[in-house]
Design a protein around this ligand. Structure first.
Ligand code: FES
Length: 119
């Protein structure tokens, strides 16, 4: 099994994400508001944008209307910086608009203050 320490828990507050390296791969480390860590390939499934340049946000609810947006699931969605596709951190990186597509993901565990990515 391949594994690697990618950062310290103290480097990411809940609701933040950062780029890291896992071997030769660019990965995105996300920390949701409940303090859990997740790791994905740092590349949008659409045209390959670096997702760490986007944002962690919430999903709009069905009662949103143009100019009057309501949000849910704050801190659980990655929004791509280039064209705004959104991916669900807690659902294996599935795209909200097309759940058949998802980001490549990695397993993560925390030991002491080390965030460890592994396959
Ligand atoms: S590259 Fe991410 S939405 Fe287009």
């Amino acid at each position: 099994m391949k594994e690697q320490v990618v950062c310290k828990t103290t480097e990411l507050e809940p609701g933040e994400m950062k780029a890291a390296h896992f071997g030769k791969q660019d990965v995105l480390i996300c920390r949701t508001l409940d303090g859990e860590f997740y790791a994905f390939l740092n590349q949008c499934t659409h045209q390959g944008a670096p997702l760490d340049k986007g944002m962690i946000c919430g999903a709009t609810t069905e009662d949103s209307t143009p100019g009057d947006y309501h949000y849910c699931r704050k801190g659980e969605i990655i929004r791509c910086p280039w064209h705004g596709r959104e991916f669900d951190i807690k659902d294996e990186g599935r795209m909200l608009a097309n759940p058949n597509k998802r980001l490549a993901s990695f397993k993560v565990r925390v030991e002491n203050e080390d965030v460890i990515v592994y396959k």
